[in-house]
Unconditional design. Structure first.
Length: 138
C-alpha cells in the first residue's frame, strides 16, 4: 500500500518532523545510529538497510555497523554512541531504568539534544510500524 501517497498530509508531517530533527544541533551520525538500532529492534528490513547505508555514507566503518546488535558486549563504541543505543533500547521498550539513563544522558547531551534524540527514537518507532504494517516488504 502506498501509505505516503494515500495520506500525504499526515505522513508528510511525520517526515517534516524527521527533517526538523536532522536539521537540529544533535550530530546526525548519532541520530542515524539511533534510527538503525530502533529499526533493528522493530525488525523493519527496509529501514535497517536504509540506515545502515546512510551510516556508511556518513563515514561509519562497516565493522562498527555490524556490531550494533551486540553493542552491549563491545568496547568499539564511544560513550555517546553507547548512551544513544541504550536510550533507544529503553525508549522503545519503555524500560524501567529510563530515569537512571536520562541522568546519564544529561552528562553528555544538552536538554535540547535529549529531546531531539528522544523525538527521533519515538518517530522511528512510528515510521517502522507504518512501513512494516502498510509498506512494501523488501
Amino acid at each position: 500500500m502506498d501509505y505516503k501517497e494515500i495520506s500525504k498530509k499526515t505522513v508528510g508531517y511525520l517526515y517534516q518532523a524527521h527533517s526538523s530533527i536532522r536539521n537540529s544541533e544533535i550530530d546526525n551520525k548519532l541520530i542515524a545510529l539511533a534510527e538503525l538500532r530502533i529499526s533493528q529492534l522493530n525488525g523493519c528490513s527496509f529501514c535497517c538497510s536504509f540506515h545502515a547505508n546512510e551510516l556508511r555514507e556518513m563515514g561509519m566503518e562497516l565493522s562498527l555497523i555490524d556490531k550494533i546488535p551486540g553493542y552491549k558486549h563491545s568496547v568499539s563504541f564511544d560513550r555517546k554512541q553507547i548512551l544513544v543505543l541504550r536510550w533507544g533500547d529503553a525508549v522503545t521498550g519503555l524500560s524501567e531504568d529510563m530515569e537512571f539513563l536520562l541522568e546519564e544522558l544529561k552528562q553528555e547531551f544538552s536538554e535540547k539534544e535529549i529531546v531531539e534524540l528522544t523525538s527521533s527514537i519515538s518517530l522511528m518507532n512510528a515510521l517502522n510500524r507504518l512501513r512494516i504494517s502498510l509498506g512494501d516488504r523488501f
